[in-house]
Design a protein around this ligand. Structure first.
Ligand code: MD3
Ligand code: FE
Length: 205
């Protein structure tokens, strides 16, 4: 375990057998809730990362804005349930009194990246975000609570977990690049990042 700008980094949290089970569970989710291309609010510019979700809520972005919603933006169907092994990972890592409601699944192909941003669409900002990485390694950048604050880079590998709680919860962060061909876990290559999130407070105010 390592503290990077207040984020707890747990290299090798998932072993090879767990990663293979998780990759199968994600394939089943994708069959039910196909990857979609999110778009930037206002401009409608496509993200290079494709996405889907599982859980009672899923994060989506389109020309009208970012939000959590109950169903898939293209099929209209409810999101698949969060697999039990992910609920177990949250229980082991999150140190928070309730279950996650959303698991955003980011799919990175060759050349995909994610610009520096904050995650603040969740009302429950006291809950951490738990991230799990699968497949190709990627250069992750995490800074401070202001866009211009100094940042650090860390290469996230398949099986690594990172827990963003406390001061790190509102840190700017992004993915600078994916190291193509660095893992053989995913038959089609690329990288998958899962983020488990609590969206609504445990006890509504
Ligand atoms: C730091 N995903 O989905 S995961 C995202 O690898 C996102 O796909 C990246 O940023 C990815 O929003 C990074 C690590 C992560 C996730 C959430 C955070 C870092 C975070 C929330 C607050 C601070
Ligand atoms: Fe993020």
């Amino acid at each position: 375990m390592l503290d990077i700008n207040g984020a707890l980094y747990v290299p090798g949290f998932l072993d090879g057998a767990a990663l293979r089970r998780l990759a199968e569970a994600i394939a089943a989710i994708l069959a039910e809730a196909p990857a979609f291309t999110p778009r930037m609010p206002r401009t409608g510019k496509a993200f290079s990362v494709r996405m889907t979700n599982c859980g009672s809520l899923g994060w989506v972005s389109d020309v009208t804005g970012y939000r959590y919603q109950n169903g898939h933006p293209e099929t209209g169907r409810p999101w698949p349930a969060i697999p039990s092994m992910l609920l177990d990972a949250w229980a082991a890592l999150a140190d928070w009194p309730g279950p996650p409601e959303a698991c955003l699944i980011n799919l990175y192909g060759t050349g995909a990246r994610m610009g520096l941003h904050q995650d603040r669409d969740e009302a429950a900002l006291d809950a951490p975000v738990v991230s799990l990485s699968l497949g190709d390694s990627a250069v992750f950048r995490v800074g401070g609570q202001k866009r211009g604050d100094p940042s650090r880079s860390v290469t996230l590998h398949s099986g690594d977990a990172i827990v963003l709680g406390g001061a790190a919860r509102l840190a700017f962060h992004g993915i600078d690049r994916v190291l193509a061909g660095s893992s053989r876990l995913l038959p089609e290559g690329g990288r998958i990042n899962l983020t488990l999130r609590r969206v609504t407070p445990l006890r509504p105010a």
